[in-house]
Design a protein. Structure first.
Length: 231
């Protein structure tokens, strides 16, 4: 049983002991997970279909993955034939696990870039054809909706500037207090500051994360692909 937020580890109630690390498979790719200490075990399974979709956009393209954690989007992009993937996360342990996930899938680490850095402040040397921006929850209180919308707007502007013309931005939100409509409006407002854009795809939780009709707040996940149009 996972402990409450703010505490780490698991309480073992019954059955065989859980190992510190496991290797799991997703769409034919292998990933290291840490059930006791990783955020959602180290692999956010609610983003599974979205990682696969990003992979389908990555062939032959340079990719930047912001807030990458253990590199789920990065592995899918690299395995699909991305020319180079830059994986950015502030946590050294997460970046180390991202490298291990590359190795588990036979992807040469030295052909790609791994940066331990604050994704809010990090800047690339040049734009990329595919940028992934999947930040942590940006709304932590009932009165922080406007701050969250401003944060998503500003983050969309920065990520959009990293995206080359004719490139794609993949962006997401796990902030339950923002509806898909309000989040989309915030992202669109931010993107208008850095070029012309067109929505390609918008989606929420996968089928194995059902939302009860009586609890619409459970519809927390938002994901979108946007194409940057030529100026």
């Amino acid at each position: 049983m996972r402990r409450v937020d703010g505490d780490s580890g698991l309480d073992h109630l019954a059955g065989p002991a859980i190992p510190d690390t496991l290797v799991v498979e997703e769409a034919g790719l292998r990933f290291l997970v840490r059930p006791a200490v990783g955020q959602k075990t180290g692999l956010f399974i609610d983003q599974r279909e979205h990682r696969m979709r990003v992979g389908r956009c990555a062939s032959g393209t340079e990719v930047i993955n912001l807030f990458a954690y253990t590199g789920g989007f990065s592995v899918h992009a690299a395995a699909a034939g991305a020319s180079r993937v830059t994986t950015v996360d502030i946590a050294p342990d997460a970046v180390a696990d991202a490298k291990e996930n590359f190795r588990l899938n036979g992807i040469p680490v030295d052909r790609h870039v791994f940066a331990v850095a604050d994704a809010f402040a990090w800047k690339p040397h040049h734009p990329a054809g595919l940028v992934v921006c999947d930040p942590p929850n940006l709304s932590t209180g009932r009165k922080s909706d406007q701050r969250a919308r401003s944060a998503y707007r500003d983050l969309a502007t920065e990520a959009g500037r990293m995206t080359a013309e004719d490139g794609i931005l993949a962006t997401a939100s796990c902030t339950a207090r923002l509806s898909m409509e309000r989040w989309t409006e915030s992202v669109a407002e931010g993107l208008r500051k850095c070029g012309r854009w067109s929505w390609l795809w918008r989606a929420g939780e996968p089928p194995d994360h059902p939302v009860a009709q009586a609890h619409p707040e459970g519809r927390y996940l938002k994901f979108a692909l946007a194409a940057r149009l030529p100026s």
